[in-house]
Ligand binder design. Structure first.
Ligand SMILES: [Mn+2]
Length: 358
């Protein structure tokens, strides 16, 4: 099914005769087989998946719509395939290829040309941005684990434990409950460290009166989840509670307006204007959110610079934050699915006020 859309893209695009997919997630997306290495080659009629002996048997049994080729001499086999298909111009997937690999393949396929203008990736990103039912189910399952994980952390967190220890406990818990892996290095920060939006957990011990910022995500069946919660240990200041409420109202207002055919920059603006009105424009330096799927960051993004428009079955994180350098930071992040007439928030962890863990 999916591979057909790629074949059609090649067929309909007069500038290219074939597409060559390098990226691990792109290869997974179109072949439905999980391989750490391999090539997917598509001309205007057929698709070929080239894998070595580690993946050959598995792919032969799972992959339906591609001819699976066992790689014994990649250089020769790829050259033969390009000649056999009579391809002159081959668009390359630039998502993961580096310059050395590009040069290597460019030389192999001569006299055919390898095109790296990104046309193929534009198509792939647009296709991957709209999730099907199975993908949405995987993302939702992935998110459910995070809600469980947050509940676990609220019971587990205590003074004296370090950020690293807390992060590790969370990872172990999530693995025990079915996570395939983390979708990124967990951001577990405490006290003044919370003012660094993407700080890394360290040896700092959690103290009474700290804010804790947890930004974490896992993968289920290859699909990522992502969530952030900020809470306090023992007590919180009035300023912390006020800023929490400001971030929350920015987030909730943006989610309320998230529906199909809305400019992504407008959604960002709704949240940004509320934070600006509260006097913290400069303290919200990042974009409002991003899409996710097989990758933790996918297009489109909710940012002032985005020219994209929301569509049904797109997925977005909505994650405004305010960071006071050297003092504290607060971010709240949920994931929503765009529906036919609005959006559905799949993050169920409580957030209605700054939670104080006693
Ligand atoms: Mn995120």
């Amino acid at each position: 099914m999916r591979i057909e859309s790629l074949i059609n893209f090649v067929k309909e695009n007069n500038e290219i005769d074939a597409g060559l997919i390098f990226g691990t997630n792109n290869r997974f997306y179109f072949s439905d087989a999980s391989t750490s290495e391999g090539l997917l080659f598509t001309d205007s009629k057929s698709a070929y998946l080239l894998v070595d002996s580690r993946y050959f048997e598995y792919c032969k049994n799972t992959v339906k719509d591609c001819e699976v080729i066992l790689v014994t001499d990649l250089q020769k086999q790829l050259k033969d395939l390009v000649e056999y298909c009579n391809c002159k111009k081959i668009a390359v997937d630039i998502s993961e290829i580096d310059v050395a690999q590009f040069e290597y393949f460019r030389t192999i396929i001569k006299p055919a040309q390898l095109l790296s203008d990104g046309t193929l990736n534009d198509f792939i990103l647009k296709t991957r941005a709209i999730k099907d039912a199975k993908e949405l189910k995987n993302i939702e399952e992935s998110q459910k684990l995070l809600d469980l994980g947050y509940e676990y952390i609220l019971k587990t967190v205590k003074t004296g434990i370090t950020e690293t220890e807390l992060s590790f406990k969370l990872f172990v818990f999530l693995k025990e409950h079915g996570a395939q892996d983390a979708s990124f290095d967990f951001i577990v920060l405490s006290g003044e460290n919370t003012s660094k939006p993407h700080g890394m957990p360290g040896k700092r011990e959690i103290k009474y009166g700290d804010l804790i910022l947890l930004d974490f995500g896992v993968k289920v069946n290859g699909y990522c989840s992502d969530m952030t919660r900020t809470f306090a240990i023992g007590e919180a200041t009035t300023q912390q509670k006020e800023i929490y409420n400001l971030v929350l109202s920015a987030q909730e207002s943006a989610i309320k307006q998230l529906k199909p055919e809305g400019p992504c920059k407008e959604i960002d603006k709704i949240a940004r204007d509320i934070i600006k009105k509260g006097g913290f424009e400069a303290e919200f330096g990042h974009s409002l959110g991003h899409s996710l799927g097989l990758n933790i960051h996918e297009n489109p993004i909710l940012s002032p610079k985005s020219d994209d428009v929301t569509k049904p079955n797109m997925v977005f994180t909505v994650e405004p934050g305010i960071y006071l350098t050297g003092k504290f930071g607060i971010r709240i992040e949920d994931t929503v699915f765009v529906t036919q007439n609005g959006c559905k928030n799949i993050t169920k962890s409580p957030k209605s006020e700054l939670l104080i863990v006693k």
